[in-house]
Design a protein around this ligand. Sequence first.
Ligand code: FAD
Ligand code: A2P
Length: 308
Amino acid sequence: MPEIKLPEVELNIYSPRDPVEVPIVENWICTKESSPNFVRHITFDISGTDLEGRIRVGQSIGILPPGEDENGRPYKLRLYSVCSPTEGEGGDTSLVSTTVKRTIEEWDDNSLYLGVCSNYLADLSPGDTVKMTGPSGRRFLLPENAKDFNYVFFATGTGIAPFRGMVMELLDSGIENDVVLIFGCPYRTDLLYADYFEPLDEQYSNFTYLPYISRENRRSDGSKKYVQTCLWDDADLLDPILEKDNTLLYICGLKGMEEGIYKALAKKGLKKYLDLREGVIDKKPGEWDENDLKRNIKPAPRSFVEVY
Ligand code: FAD
Ligand code: A2P
């Protein structure tokens, strides 16, 4: 197993008290077709700011939405994962991008709730400016010696954002090891950046894109296809990769998905991606019960997790 050398990063170059104002240069829908969910790819111009060249893929930027909450306090910042590679969107260090899903909910009193920051961002046009902070995040990164590893990326929804930039960076580097992206979404219409990932899967023999469409595709027992079921449904592809000593596992998206993935890894006996605590470690996979798994599984050094 090669040493995982994580890069040094600078954090919070701009804080919420001292944000930087930057213009938007692009804002387009990145779902596949007429989806009832609205997810947008938004690019900011950070040229001339101290952020230029100092944001890495895997980190997040903060956005301060204008206005005040119901208690009259300024809205707090929201974090958004960087979806452009470290060298910048399209190789331009002055451009950084993210992937924003509009939060739209119907509440119990029949009222419609529109999330403050996601809708603020999604409504903006090129030329409009936003207050930005960051970057944040020091561990959910690609190692400096990135080409030494294989990668298994698990994403749900906008959790695909960092993997867009990471896949770009890895394939551009000429990596010969395997890169697998497992992406979960409810319907085919919710596939994000599919026009980018589908051709890459054709073009690169070492890159595989596996969409898991939970409300359309069923498993043979009738249950939903969730990203973690790929450990059985695509075992022929994944087993040999996950068994290698130089494979890293990344998880990004819905809070809660990580538990399902840990349980699936534990059930498969893939202990090296997990820190199995006291008691569980000595048991064989078939002997683990739900409580063992819930209380005693944590990610191990080879696993990287960003959930929200
Ligand atoms: P908010 O207005 O903050 O609402 C959020 C939730 O709070 C809603 O579910 C709402 O029901 C609830 N709520 C609000 N007010 C009330 C109330 N009075 N009573 C009860 N409930 C209430 N999001 C992305 O789209 N893309 C990303 O790449 C991304 N990356 C992230 C990375 C990190 C590290 C983290 C922590 C979060 C990330 N997020 C990302 C989530 C993002 O930060 C925001 O949380 C999200 O956009 C929703 O913010 P909002 O202001 O639109 O919604
Ligand atoms: P479902 O909604 O059918 O239960 P989005 O963010 O676009 O809504 O997509 C999230 C995806 O993650 C959906 O396909 C959703 O399935 C799926 N999902 C929901 N809960 C989990 C979980 N615990 N583990 C893995 N995937 C999940």
